[in-house]
Design a protein around this ligand. Structure first.
Ligand code: GLU
Length: 281
């Protein structure tokens, strides 16, 4: 007789090693563990070589283990997957759904704050500079950022939804606030958005748990999954922890760093009890 195995939920915790973990990160890790049936996939988001440091990765392992959390082995590193991100970008380029953008940050900001800008970047952002200057930059050998042709991308996928597990509803994708979003930065040749959808597919993630500040990104992630032919996990966004003034915790809030709380003599249980209760749908 065969017994039905309950299907496993694969969640992940994906910290960037750009500083020490704080209570908010620890809450996110506990949330991923609880939703994943006691474990999660640990993925080190280290694509941004300008800001990530191996010493912080070591501290992350240390703090998570001290809190008694368990993760599936092996640990995944985004820096091992640059080739997969490049292939994903190439797939989009072959479909003519991305274009190189040579605008400087200052030019982009000026464009976005111009009164005539309608918030959707319907026209290619490249139109903002004269054609001669555009060609000069294209021929100069400097690396461009790559932007998604969002309108064309939406036409390509048709109607898509992502599942919001907190509300139990399928949400239609809505790209109104994105414009032609950068999906490969010029300095790292990929972006958080492109990498995360490739990673979640490679890691077989069935439920993405993360802070509600990233909820809006789920629209773009679903769109990229559709364009790249990747499966889609469900999404469960959790509340963000705040300090005593109501401001969300950030890496600069040293008082909430797990390392500091440890140094101050708090036990792991005491730190865990500083977090809100985890309530799953
Ligand atoms: N490294 C990202 C962060 O810390 C992960 C976001 C995600 O879970 O998708 O915000």
């Amino acid at each position: 007789m065969t017994t039905m195995q309950p299907s496993l939920t694969y969640t992940r915790f994906a910290p960037s090693p750009t500083g020490e973990l704080h209570l908010g990160h620890a809450f996110s890790a506990c949330f991923a563990a609880r939703a994943g049936g006691g474990q999660f996939i640990l993925r080190i988001d280290d694509i941004d070589h300008t800001r990530c440091k191996p010493a912080f990765t070591e501290k992350i392992f240390n703090d998570l283990a001290w809190l008694g959390l368990q993760w599936r082995k092996p640990v995944r590193y985004q820096s091992d997957r640059l080739e997969s991100y490049r292939e994903a970008l190439e797939t989009l380029a072959k479909k003519e759904l991305v274009y190189p953008c040579f605008l400087t940050r200052k030019e982009v900001n000026a464009l976005l704050s111009a009164p005539q800008y309608d918030g959707t970047a319907k026209a290619s952002m490249q139109e903002a500079i004269p054609a001669v200057e555009r060609r000069r930059r294209e021929n100069s050998g400097i690396a461009p950022a790559w932007r998604l042709r969002t309108t064309a991308a939406l036409e390509e996928v048709g109607e898509l939804t992502w599942h919001d597990a907190a509300c139990g509803i399928d949400v239609p994708i809505d790209m109104a606030n994105f414009g032609d979003v950068v999906i490969a930065r010029k300095d790292i040749s990929t972006s958080y958005h492109l990498s995360v959808v490739v990673d979640d597919a490679m890691d077989g993630i069935t439920l993405v748990t993360r802070g509600e500040d990233l909820k809006a990104s789920s629209h773009l992630h679903r769109l990229l999954q559709g364009l790249l032919g990747l499966g889609t996990p469900d999404y469960l966004h959790h509340r963000l922890l705040t300090d005593s003034t109501g401001r969300r915790l950030a890496k600069r809030d040293k008082s909430a760093s797990i390392a500091k709380l440890r140094r101050d003599g708090h036990t792991a249980d005491a730190v865990l009890s500083m977090m809100p209760e985890i309530i799953l749908p």
